[in-house]
Design a protein around this ligand. Sequence first.
Ligand code: G3P
Ligand code: CA
Length: 253
Amino acid sequence: VFAAESVGELRKFDNVAHRGASGYAPENTIAAFDKAVDMKADYIEIDVQRSKDGKLVVIHDTTVDRTTDGTGAVKDLTFEQLRSLDAGSFKAPEFAGEKIPTFEEVLDRYHGKAGILIELKAPEKYSGIEEEVALQLKARNLDKPQNNKIIIQSFNFDSVKKINTLLPKVPVGVLTSSRAHTTDQALKEFATYADYFNPSYGIVTKELVDKVHGLGMGISSWTVRSPEAAQFLIDMKVDAIITDYPDYVDPRN
Ligand code: G3P
Ligand code: CA
């Protein structure tokens, strides 16, 4: 076991718990986020969408079918309907009764305990969601430079540009798994507004990492589900590793 100081020196990247410690607990639930904090993850990653009646909720898929005992699109269900669902049993019976969290409760419960990597999931389905996310962050003073453990990312680049305009001091990232987005021209365009270029690990090369760094952006890559994938990204020297298993990228292991 390393002393805390030497762990700090050894750790050159952030350990980001993907949908919480979702390898061990049901994704995007308090159980998974608490587990990530217990496992000393630097950040939790969350997916934000919106209920029919306008509440911001934390869930990955655009339907509730896979991760709850309900059916239907997130955007067609009221918050009361969403909240009544069991979001834990799909993972294991011991998690029965876990609920779909709200964005607000995740901010309140985890800010200061872990960084929060906020993904705007399918924002094209939720007109105005960028303003609503911005409002919640501003209400908590989380839009200031000193609160630098909030990052916002999306696969929807227009949405990333919009949130960057609304919250100019909050770092933003673009998500992609497409090699078409790794050309010099594409990367240069991203660098005009994005702080991070966040690719799936299948398209990561040392050359890409160097190019992204050369343009002044950070690079966070996903989704680690094996020790081999973790080692690959450690070797590539990315800035953050987004993983279902925070222990796979813990230098103390
Ligand atoms: O944080 C990166 C990763 O979450 C992007 O993919 O499908 O898991 O939201 P996905
Ligand atoms: Ca995500």
